[in-house]
Design a protein around this ligand. Sequence first.
Ligand SMILES: Cc1cc2nc3c(=O)[nH]c(=O)nc-3n(C[C@H](O)[C@H](O)[C@H](O)COP(=O)(O)O)c2cc1C
Length: 367
Amino acid sequence: MPKNPLHTKLCDMLEIEFPVMAFTHCKDVVVAVVNAGGFACLGEAMHPPDRISQDINWIRERVGGKPFGVDLVLPSSAPPAGTVDKLHEGIPDDYWAYARSILDKYDVPPPKAEQDLHTWGGLNQEIAREQMDVVLEEKAPVFCSGLGSPHFMVEAAHERGMKVMGLVGKKRQAVRELEAGVDAIIAQGYDAAGHTGPIGTFSVVPEVVSVAGDTPVVAAGGISTGQHLAAALCLGAAGVWTGSMWLCSRESDTDMVMKEKLLAADADSTVYSSSISGFSMRVTRCPWTDEWAKADALKPLHSPYQMLLSSEYIQGANDHRRGDLMTEAAGQGIGFVTEMKPARQMMFDMVEEALETFENLTGVMPG
Ligand SMILES: Cc1cc2nc3c(=O)[nH]c(=O)nc-3n(C[C@H](O)[C@H](O)[C@H](O)COP(=O)(O)O)c2cc1C
C-alpha cells in the first residue's frame, strides 16, 4: 500500500491524525482543532497563573485525553522584575510625546478598561517564571516557547511526562535547542505572524532540517493552505505550525471587525515592524506602524518598553472597535484565507488539498 504522505513522525510522536499544529489564543479553537485530528497550542503569555490552570483543565475536559499545548514567551531580555508603573519610568519623555502625537493625529479614543499588560510574561522574568511553574504543575501535555529558549525547563518537563518544543528563526538557535533536548523544533520564517526573524520559511526550514537528525522539524510562517502543507513536507518538515488562519475560524473570539479585515487582507496588508512590542513582529499595517516607519520617526524602544508605549493605541483601537486603527499579528499567508469556516472544516480542507497536491505531483512523474 502506498505510504500516506501526511502521516509523519510528528503524528507518531503526538498521536495525532494530521501533521497540522495550530497556535491560538482561543480555547474553543484549541478544542476544535484537536478534536478534528490536529494539534493545538493555547497562547497564555498574557494570563496569570490561576487562569492558565483553569484553561488547561477546561481544555482537558473537552478533548478526551488527546494532547494539546500551552505557549508562553520567555524573552531573556525581559527585566528581572518591575511593575507596569515602574517600567513606565524607563520610557524617555520624547517617546511619550511621539506616541501622544500619533494618538492625537488619528483621534485614538482612550482605552475603556485598565490596560492589561500587568500579567504579560514578557513584562518581567518573575511573571514568566510563575506562568511556567503552573504549566509544569498542571503537566500540560506539551509546552511551547514562541519567544526565548525553553532549554532551562526541558528536564523538569520531561520528568513530568511533558514534551517541549521551541520556536526558532535561525539554524544556530535550533542547534542550541536540540542540544538542550527539545522534542521538536518549530522552524519559523519571515512570512510568519508575530515575533519572527529575517530569514524566509523556504530557507530556514531546510536549514533546520539539516541539523535536526531524528527530531521532528515543524515548518511555520505563511502557511495556510494544503499546498503550503505539502510544500513544507517536501522541504523535510514533519508538519506545520500555523497561526493567522485560525483567527478567521468561526470558533475564534477575534472581533468581527478584525475578522473582516483579515478576510479581505493579502500578503501586502502585513508589515514587519518592531513598533508594537520592541521585537520584530509581523502585523497588519495600521497608522501606528506607518508612523513608526517614517524616516524621521524615533527608533522603537526595546521590549517591554515599546509594548508599554503602544498599549494605549492598541487597546483604545480595540475597545472602540475602530477598524481604521486596529492591528493584529498576521502572516503573509493571510491572503489565502477568504472565508470564515469552522476550524474542523479548515483542517479537513487543508488536508484534502495537500493530498491532492501530492497526487497531482505523482501523476506528472515520468514512468
Ligand atoms: C494573533 C496572533 C498572536 C500571536 N501571539 C503569539 C504569542 O503570544 N506567542 C507565540 O509564541 N506566538 C504567537 N503568535 C505566533 C504564532 O505562534 C505562530 O508562530 C505564527 O502565527 C505562525 O505564522 P502564520 O501566522 O503565518 O501561520 C501569534 C500569532 C498570531 C496570528
